[in-house]
Design a protein around this ligand. Structure first.
Ligand code: HEC
Length: 192
């Protein structure tokens, strides 16, 4: 029962994220739709259509598609985690879109055995820390990390486990303290 709720909640989150992104693109088209329909019924359709098209182009140039907000970027970044959580129970696909998503699959947790930092990093943390998404310090970039490493390992562990500003607790994944620490060790080693 609880698992169903988790799956449902994840699906709702995905839908919200998709709607937020699509809404921005869809808005100009739906505004233009009623005018476009009138033009079709007009006898002098051709000239009007040309004028419409020019006006649409001008409007599009003056009103560029806004960038995704940080919240939307974060939802997109956490998308692979959501997909991998749902994977054992089913798939979420959008109409007319390819259903398979390439995610780095993490070996399942074995009781009392922490997974290695590199696998954890690649499956969970890389979405943000490879590219610097939502302001994440890039792994491999010593400049991004020197001041953070200077804060001490205990602080980095604490921030990675409990969250820190846009950094979600445990990278948004269901992993143990020791596994978070392994991932942090791997990131620090790659960025020193
Ligand atoms: C959704 C994006 C996202 C994911 C996924 C993510 N991080 Fe981060 N992380 C951030 C951001 C953004 C910051 C910078 C936060 C700040 O300094 O305000 C950050 C900062 C950090 C820091 C530095 C904290 C400090 O005190 O300076 C560590 C360590 C870290 N992340 C570890 C991890 C680990 C380990 C994982 C995977 C288990 C992970 N992160 C997954 C976004 C992410």
């Amino acid at each position: 029962m609880t698992m169903k709720k988790v799956v449902l909640l994840s699906a709702v989150l995905l839908a919200i994220s998709a709607m937020t992104t699509n809404a921005q693109e869809a808005a100009p088209a739906s505004e233009a739709a009623p005018e476009a329909a009138e033009v079709v019924t007009d006898a002098a359709a051709e000239e009007a259509t040309a004028t419409e098209a020019a006006a649409d182009e001008a409007a599009a140039a003056a009103d560029p598609i806004p960038e995704d907000s940080d919240q939307v970027k974060k939802l997109i970044a956490l998308y692979p985690n959501l997909v991998s959580r749902i994977a054992p129970y089913g798939k979420v696909c959008f109409d007319g879109e390819e259903c398979d998503i390439n995610i780095t699959v993490l070996a399942p947790a074995v009781e009392g055995q922490a997974r290695d930092g590199e696998s954890l990093y690649k499956a969970i943390c890389a979405t943000c820390h490879d590219s610097g998404l939502v302001g994440a310090p890039k792994v491999g970039n010593a400049g991004d990390w020197s001041a953070r490493i200077a804060k001490g390992t205990a602080t980095l562990y604490d921030h990675a486990i409990n969250g820190f500003n846009a950094m979600p607790a445990r990278g948004g994944a269901d992993i143990s303290d020791e596994e978070v620490q392994n991932a942090v060790d791997y990131m620090v080693e790659k960025s020193s």
